[in-house]
Write a protein that binds this ligand. Sequence first.
Ligand code: HDD
Length: 749
Amino acid sequence: SAQKLAALCPANSSKPGEYGEAARHPQTGEMHLPDDVLALASTASEAATSAKLGDTPAQGINRSIGPLDQNRADGGEQALSSNQGVAIGDNQNSLKAGIRGPALLEDFLLREKITHFDHERIPERVVHARGSAAHGFFEAYDDLSDITIAAPFRQTGKVTPVFVRFSTVAGERGSADTARDVRGFAVKFYTDDGIWDLVGNNMPVFFIQDAIKFPNLVHALKPEPHHAMPQASSAHDNYWDFVSLMPESTHMLLWQMSDRAIPRSYRTMQGFGVHTFRLINRVGDAVFCKFHWNPLAGTHALVWDEAAKLMGADPDFHRRDLWEAIEQGAYPQWELGLQIFTEAQAEAFDFDVLDATKLIPEELVPVRTVGRMTLHRNPDNFFAETEQVAFCTAHVIPGIDFSNDPLLQGRIHSYVDTQISRLGGANFHEIPINRPVNPLHNNQRDGMHRQTIHRGRVNYEPNSLGGGCPHQAGYLGYASFPAAVDGEKLRAKPLKFAEHYGQARMFYLSQTGAEQRHIIDAFRFELSKVQTPAVRQRVLANLANVSTGLAAAIAEGLGMVMPPPAPVSGLTVVPEYAPSPALSLTARPGVTGILARKVAIIVGAGVAASAVRLAYARLRAEGALPRLVATRLGRSTGKDGEFLDAEISFEAGPAVYFDAVILPDGLQFDARDREQRLAEFLRDQYRHCKPIYAWGSARDLLHALALATTAQPPLYPDDVILAEAEQFDAGLAAFMALLASPRSYARED
Ligand code: HDD
């Protein structure tokens, strides 16, 4: 029955059942959007777009998983078999000569199984090895065909399937998610005109200006070669040695030391294409473009102490968060923004748009929002999809072209090349997750692991024996923009590339006080791990050109005397940019309220159980994820005689798992909590600047720990809400409003 099926399926209705009868009929790739996505789509300002979406026949069809169907397998109610389809009668005992005798060479079942196991691993990505991914779709708000013929923007409401992989850069495949690091933000669009990969990061600038430096950057960043330490961290001598000798990295270092490097969730970070790209329209006109992804859940970060604790408490924190949000139907969403500008405009900027260490302030070129991406389906299999997906900057489609950014130019080569060794040959495009959803025909043949069975005798072009097919697509094919090129062949860079400090300073001055403080703390932490004083000095000397206040504060934390500023290239003057408010994380509070926010409600004997249930229900109704946390699992009786069943204990659910905490009336320290985990829980919630709500007698707990001020509503200067028992409702409403807003760092002052 439908009910039985629903019970077997996870909460996310876009996911097929995995067990029993439901698993035997995997859903087809023609996946229609679940109602809840459509409901999400009709939120406030986007109502008009959603109405338009309703008109398109393509609506809600995620064809990216269509090609995966034929490869998806479920073993439910099936017998074991070998790779050759031979049924296996005994999977526990190898074939032996006599019951206590040696194993026989002829045991082909043993040998097949062990051989396959021996070769289960493939090389991990040389960077971005640690990642998590999901399926989804992109919907265009407008018809952009006056600007580009790129398929996803061709028509209002156009839906294009996507597969998105988020990652850290430095750590190995099994490293912790919350390391301080740049995050990868790679989007594969399965367009009508082929695959388009937008392989970006969560920061809009990069460390270096030319791809030829990339191997050095990565060698310096990765664990040092003699002892393979540290893991997933830039806090070591080699890294800071390299970047201190590379002043062009200064701007990126400010981003890397900022809260951006410890996002709260993949769902709450921006993405950027970084480079300048070109968009080309039907008549061949081109404009320059930068790509921005803005999360509808707002931009939120962890604090460092929390990130560090999470590395131990849950190394999969971001992976789990993404997975759970999608399973629960709280689909992560981003809007795509374009900064569009002409070549003539670009020439007037005092930085070079081909220099990936520079961004274009939004005040200079506004961001036009052109569509929205929703991730609504977790992969079926991590290896087959998330591990084998191959993103390549060379994958562009008609309407999108490169600029001459020397970093991008090198990337065009690197990604295809790396897949050849990582995925075992030139046929990686045939791996199901990498296949385009439109048909492809060419004369490329053979090679390792070829899947396609080409028919016919003709494997060349031009031909007459095959009727001239497959033939050139002519004007319908990909056309590079005919940009004029002249000059000498040389190894050099443009003059504007020589200026390294102006935008770094703009970024620093655009941060709030708390954000600036976090940057200083991060530099202090990283540099205190650097053993070589000369390296620390060089970093400080570079930073002195950004802000003497910043450099001096770091020096003070390291117990160092400020060195003189590093010499600045005589070829340039450091421009003074006005602060750009859009560069602060506080600029994007988000529109999805408390969706998928995790709230701990601490329970135990004698609490106001009915009110707890009410709070639980209200939070659930708004899309938050409350959990009842206690010293021990199991049932406790409230002061009103109602029962509550604790879902998780303090050991298994430490404070860092949650975005906020509620302390119900009647709660007391539990004598069985000998390690004082509740106190530790509350101190961490406080230290990490998360909302705390206590009503009735539970306020005493906070007073006992000196965590509550005496401020009265409506002023809660440090996000600790205290309410009388009878004001539970008003307190809860104030708490939920805080939960929807960015953290307030007032407690750090
Ligand atoms: Fe890169 C992976 C992003 C510069 C060479 N890069 C990789 C991934 C992301 C980025 C998100 C992971 C893709 C995935 O999830 O599979 N990389 C960037 C950005 C850059 C950048 C935003 C600068 C703007 N990268 C860059 C340069 C080079 C590379 C300059 C080489 C010249 N990147 C690679 C690579 C990787 C990679 C070695 C490793 C695994 C892979 O490609 O598939 O080819």
